[in-house]
Design a protein around this ligand. Structure first.
Ligand SMILES: [Zn+2]
Length: 86
């Protein structure tokens, strides 16, 4: 299960900086649903394997990411879970 602790350890292991790149604060809040999956969101993407029109974003398909926003300035931060091997 992907919890905040699991995400924090994965980001720390890769040397991710905690400071917001815009304002420098460390006030990250989750973007997803509540509970243990509160940080998980689906980032819409373009599927290359559907034969559809290039550049059309499918809203029911995408990349699972851990999403946060800065509680001070609103900057959005996303981390692809497959890149973190989660
Ligand atoms: Zn900020």
């Amino acid at each position: 299960m992907i919890t905040r602790d699991v995400l924090a350890k994965a980001l720390d292991k890769r040397g991710a900086k905690l400071e917001c790149p815009v304002c420098g604060k460390k006030e990250w809040l989750p973007m997803g649903i509540s509970g243990e999956l509160e940080t998980l969101v689906l980032m819409p993407g373009v599927r290359a394997d559907t034969g559809g029109i290039a550049g059309v974003v499918e809203l029911d398909w995408g990349y699972p990411v851990a999403g946060f926003y800065c509680g001070n300035c609103g900057f959005v931060r996303l981390h692809r879970l497959d890149a973190l091997r989660l």
